[in-house]
Ligand binder design. Structure first.
Ligand SMILES: [Cu+2]
Length: 207
């Protein structure tokens, strides 16, 4: 009896552990799905080796393990952001580099992230910033962080693939933008930029 309950619970726990995994830019530390419910996947301090990231025309990629999910991207200009408080505005609101949007599908997603027009003070060429992904696939909020140095002169390497590999997602391809930073951008799910939030919502299934 106890054993069968254990087996049952194990199955449930395995299902619950399906979350999301940030692929690009690289997260603060190796993916730890058991700690994804915690601030920055429980990597409390900024990574010693920051990733260069384009100030404009960037994108992020992640793997979604939930079918229906939402995503927002917070930004902190604090050099070593160690808590959610470091990702808020002066009025205490979440400081969003990309507004929340919903999507459907399991697999890889590429999401435009243009940081040049967020209007956040301190975001500019040469700035050290941290972005934090807030993902919710129905089993609560999940978090991963990436520590960046922004650059006007950095282009995302061509071996970083921007495509939506899932066959079940409903995202549609859109044309590469004039601000695209590489060749492999044909499958971006929306036009880049904060203004592209509506496009993101439109091309994905709005919940
Ligand atoms: Cu999950």
């Amino acid at each position: 009896m106890f054993f069968s309950m254990f087996v049952l619970l194990s199955g449930v726990i395995t299902l619950v552990n399906a979350h999301f995994e940030l692929a690009y830019p690289p997260p603060r530390g190796p993916f730890d799905d058991n700690n994804e419910v915690n601030f920055c996947d429980n990597y409390v301090h900024a990574a010693a080796n920051r990733s260069e990231f384009p100030l404009s025309g960037g994108f992020v990629t992640l793997a979604s393990e939930h079918v229906s999910w939402s995503l927002g991207i917070l930004l902190s200009t604090v050099q070593d952001p160690t808590s959610f408080d470091n990702f808020t505005t002066s009025s205490g609101q979440q400081q969003l580099a990309r507004n929340y949007a919903s999507a459907t599908g399991v697999g890889s997603f590429c999401i435009p992230l243009d940081l040049s027009n967020t209007g956040i003070s301190g975001v500019g060429d040469g700035a050290n910033v941290t972005i934090q992904f807030l993902y919710n696939g129905g089993d609560g909020s999940l978090y991963q962080c990436a520590d960046l140095t922004l650059s006007n002169n950095f282009t995302i390497p061509s071996n970083i693939t921007c495509s939506n590999s899932s066959t079940t997602n409903t995202a549609s391809s859109s044309s590469p933008s004039s601000t695209s930073s590489g060749k492999n951008v044909a499958n971006r799910i929306a036009a880049p930029g904060f203004a592209g939030v509506l496009g993101f919502l439109a091309t994905l299934v709005v919940v």
